[in-house]
Structures are given as structure tokens and as C-alpha cells.
Design a protein around this ligand. Structure first.
Ligand code: DLZ
Length: 162
């Protein structure tokens, strides 16, 4: 099966993000990957009209802490959506399963609890190369995809409020 390029999308289907405000939580584990994801999200948000002062970036130690970091954003900052960026690479132990399960479940619960978009920008890969390929490599950048998803979801929510 062909792998989707995470940075390719129809620009015409992305609404203007002017006046939207975003939080980004970045896990420091595998930071050569996650910082590249953050760079992708920043560039994409700005490309669609978000101003520098409307993008807040915070860091957590690992992907396991992304959920709580995002909850802090929801409770203490006035943001329309929060993008969670991490990278979990399969190792020799079952840590991978526990972290992936925790962050996936955590993000799902945050979406429901706060009724605002929390975007899953976590790479879960078998090895480091697969992660590099999706952090600005041959398969694009998951950070770009997460930013586009965040903009679309804020726009969707706003469409119900009009
Ligand atoms: C402990 C751990 C391991 C083994 N692997 C990863 C990983 O691949 N990606 C990641 O983001 N974090 C990893 N962590 C750290 C946990 O997310 C968490 O920070 C610690 O378990 C807290 O002590």
C-alpha cells in the first residue's frame, strides 16, 4: 500500500486561520523528531494566517505527559485547539504499547471533556527511520498534517456557533 504524504493536502479546502489561537505541546523524547514535527506545525499554521503571538508552544518530557500538558493548556490558556506532538518508537519492552494506549485514550478523553479539538500528532513507528521519514522526510511531516487538522476542526466548531 502506498504511504500518504503527510504534507500534501488541498490548500483550497483549508479555511483561513486568521484570528485562531493554538497551543502546541511537544514531547522531548526523540527530540530530533518531535522538534521537526513542531517546526512543521508552526510553518503550516503561519502559512494559513495564524500570527506568531497566537501560537503558544510548551514542552513535556515524553509522550506519556502530552495529555496532562494539553490539559494545562485547556485550563490555563485561551486557545481554540491544542496540537500534541510526540514520537513513540517500538523498543524491546512493552513500554511502546502502554505509552501509545495512554496517549491515544488521553487525547480522546480531552476532546470529549473540553469540547475543543486536541489533535493527535504522535508518530508511532517500528523504528527510527520510519519516524524520520514522517518528520519532514520522504513521507512528509506529521506536524503539517496535525496543523491542517487543527485549523479544520476549529473552523468546524465555529461553523456551529454562527
Ligand atoms: C520511557 C519512554 C520510552 C521507553 N520510550 C518513549 C518513546 O519512544 N517516546 C516517548 O515520547 N517517550 C518515551 N518514554 C518516556 C515516557 O513517555 C515518559 O516520559 C516516562 O515514562 C515518564 O517517566
Amino acid at each position: 500500500m502506498a504511504t500518504k504524504n503527510l504534507s500534501e493536502y488541498n490548500v483550497n479546502l483549508v479555511p483561513s486561520a486568521k484570528n485562531m489561537r493554538f497551543g502546541i505541546v511537544v514531547a522531548e523524547w526523540h527530540k530530533h523528531i518531535t522538534f521537526a514535527l513542531a517546526e512543521g506545525s508552526l510553518i503550516t499554521l503561519k502559512k494559513h494566517g495564524v500570527s506568531d503571538e497566537d501560537i503558544l508552544v510548551k514542552y513535556v518530557p515524553g509522550s506519556f505527559e502530552l495529555t496532562l500538558g494539553a490539559q494545562f493548556f485547556a485550563e490555563m490558556e485561551n486557545v481554540d485547539a491544542i496540537i500534541l506532538l510526540g514520537c513513540v518508537i517500538q523498543g524491546e519492552t512493552r513500554h511502546f504499547d502502554f505509552i501509545c494506549q495512554s496517549v491515544t485514550q488521553g487525547i480522546t478523553e480531552l476532546n470529549i471533556k473540553y469540547k475543543k479539538p486536541f489533535i493527535f500528532g504522535v508518530l508511532t513507528t517500528d523504528n527510527e527511520q520510519q519516524a524520520i521519514d514522517r518528520a519532514g522526510g520522504i513521507h512528509g511531516n506529521k506536524g503539517d498534517e496535525a496543523a491542517v487538522t487543527a485549523i479544520k476542526m476549529v473552523n468546524l466548531k465555529n461553523s456551529f456557533l454562527k
